[in-house]
Design a protein around this ligand. Structure first.
Ligand SMILES: Cc1cc2nc3c(=O)[nH]c(=O)nc-3n(C[C@H](O)[C@H](O)[C@H](O)COP(=O)(O)OP(=O)(O)OC[C@H]3O[C@@H](n4cnc5c(N)ncnc54)[C@H](O)[C@@H]3O)c2cc1C
Length: 156
């Protein structure tokens, strides 16, 4: 999926899972002249594919929401709303970003309290989960998952 003019022939790693990306890459690239370096186990440090990017991004966004002030002032509310609107424009997986832009147009960010923001974001993530056929997350547990740890103490 091209992201910018001139990049039409480059497969977008941040828009594909690793398997798909490798296939696309394989069909375009020439045989390597230099053999690849051996991979040191547990230390790959490669660019993120769509799923790695998604997992890391959701981690940051939900953690931000769960640490957002419980009772933000007007300025904090406005800033975080603006953050999500801008985030949606620059998320590096273009098809994901376009759908997310549509979703937040229909469901604009709500951030009058921490709980409201965390619930709004959980719902947005569930919209993506639904689209991908994944199980929906119980949004009443969002702070356990992202801030406090599970009530059974398994994260302590
Ligand atoms: C804004 C955005 C849009 C995306 N759009 C697409 C897309 O259009 N197509 C595509 O293929 N991929 C998309 N992705 C990536 C996709 O959502 C997943 O991140 C990716 O498929 C990896 O999924 P995963 O099963 O590892 O868990 P993820 O969905 O990444 O979730 C990570 C963890 O978050 C927790 N979690 C799950 N659901 C919720 C929730 N509702 N609220 C709070 N916590 C939750 C769970 O503990 C889970 O293990 C998008 C990612 C982002 C950030």
């Amino acid at each position: 999926m091209p992201q910018h003019p001139g990049e039409e022939d480059k497969p977008c790693r941040a828009c594909s899972d690793f398997k798909t990306w490798s296939k696309l890459q394989g069909s375009k690239s020439k045989k390597p002249i230099i053999p690849p370096k051996p991979v040191v186990e547990g230390h790959k440090d490669c660019p993120l594919d769509k799923d790695e990017l998604g997992r890391s991004t959701w981690g940051l966004l939900h953690t931000m929401a769960s640490y957002f002030p419980e009772k933000p002032n007007n300025c904090q509310t406005e800033d975080v709303v603006q953050f999500f609107n801008i985030f949606a424009k620059f998320y590096p997986c273009e098809p994901c970003a376009l759908d997310f832009q549509e979703d937040i147009k229909e469901n604009p960010p709500k951030a009058c309290t921490r709980d409201e923001l965390a619930k709004w974001l959980c719902d947005r993530h569930n919209t993506v989960n639904k689209k991908l056929g994944k199980p929906l997350f119980d949004c009443s547990k969002v702070h356990e998952r992202w801030r406090d740890g599970w009530a059974d103490g398994s994260c302590d």
